[in-house]
Ligand binder design. Sequence first.
Ligand SMILES: *Cc1c(COP(=O)(O)O)cnc(C)c1O
Length: 224
Amino acid sequence: MNQEEYKIYIDDVIRRVEFARVRVSGYHIVKIVAISKYSTAKEIEKLYNIGQRAFGENKVQDLKAKSAELEELPLEWHFVGNLQKNKINNLLDIDPTLFHALDSMELAMELQKKLKARDMTLDALLQINSAKEESKHGVMPEVAKEIYEQIQKECPNINLKGVMSIGAHSDERAVIKKSFETTYDIYKELEGATICSMGMSGDFELAIECGSNMIRLGSVLFPE
Ligand SMILES: *Cc1c(COP(=O)(O)O)cnc(C)c1O
């Protein structure tokens, strides 16, 4: 696809997002974070030229390399992957716009210690394992509110902005929907939460219908 064909293609994806969000309400704004984990800096630049500004990676070393390579562009960088404790300092060096995958009290405490030492803060989302899948990270839905509040209380250098979840791994729409509803119900219960990050290339319309206001799109924005 040349740049012109790519723009037409992306317009169509944005139209799908628009249809889904307007079905919720004309006032329901949905932010798109382009997940560039399988894409090159050149492809990111192509999407930037169409107007996209928020990008996300799931490996600290990739985030570091691509954000450095594209340093001259005014981009927002999100980190959506699982964070190992030995990578915390590398992530904080990059100072991302938002960390989507804070998935335990233990990681929060470790982050807090390092943030405090650097006298910096980090915006983050609590990841919820809504469908209770073995293969996924995140806190269990039953304890999510309690852990969220505990982090708010004990980790003053972490600014919790809301929640993140990955839809249930299933072919059944009802099962995926239920996992999104579980996350949204928790989100609504949280004091001051403004971001509900859920929905990927295969399920973003359903996620928006269930209340998502931040979608993480990879393959659909970077075809082939
Ligand atoms: C890869 C990834 C995405 C995007 O996945 P697609 O299905 O390609 O849209 C979203 N969120 C997370 C956490 C990811 O790792």
